[in-house]
Design a protein. Structure first.
Length: 169
């Protein structure tokens, strides 16, 4: 049985917030790969600007590997982590992947309200660009062992549903 739970999904799906609550529900540690990367290398937009996306994805793979080499944890991944084949393979091998499936309109609204700078989106949120990125990533998210609807319910309710599903496996 896989000991780690990895939350995947698009930017703004609620992976970090749900992940923190899920970790408490399951009595596990919580790891946010974006927070790990920022602590080690600095702000993500600066990494993208200075070193490019391939260097960022390599650092993300390192953060995922380090988390999976530790005690059982709930892992919140960046929205693009699954686009990197080595990261996707590692997650498939070592973690129970749970896709937080949130409707595009909800994601777009959250991204517009967010104060987080997202390097792949730029300063202005272009709905067509976000839709294309979302459409390209959805099949990769759908490779997950579980999928949970991430809208129209509280984040606590979503965390409890995932905890129940994990315990039932």
């Amino acid at each position: 049985m896989k000991e780690h739970v990895a939350l995947v999904g698009f930017m703004g799906a609620g992976k970090s917030t749900v992940g923190r609550r899920l970790a408490k529900e399951l009595g596990m540690q919580f790891v946010d790969t974006d927070e790990t990367i920022v602590a080690r290398y600095g702000p993500i937009p600066e990494i993208f600007a200075r070193d490019g996306e391939p260097a960022f994805r390599a650092r993300e793979l390192e953060a995922v590997r380090d988390a999976l080499d530790g005690p059982p944890c709930v892992l919140a991944l960046g929205g693009g982590a699954v686009t990197h084949p080595p990261t996707r393979s590692l997650l498939a091998e070592r973690a129970l992947r749970v896709y937080l499936d949130v409707p595009f309109s909800v994601l777009l609204g959250r991204l517009r309200r967010s104060k987080t700078k997202r390097p792949l989106l730029g300063d202005a949120i272009d709905p067509a660009h976000v839709r294309a990125l979302h459409a390209a990533r959805r099949p990769l998210y759908a490779e997950s062992e579980m999928s949970v609807s991430g809208s129209r319910r509280s984040l606590g309710a979503i965390a409890r549903e995932i905890a129940d599903l994990v315990r039932a496996r």
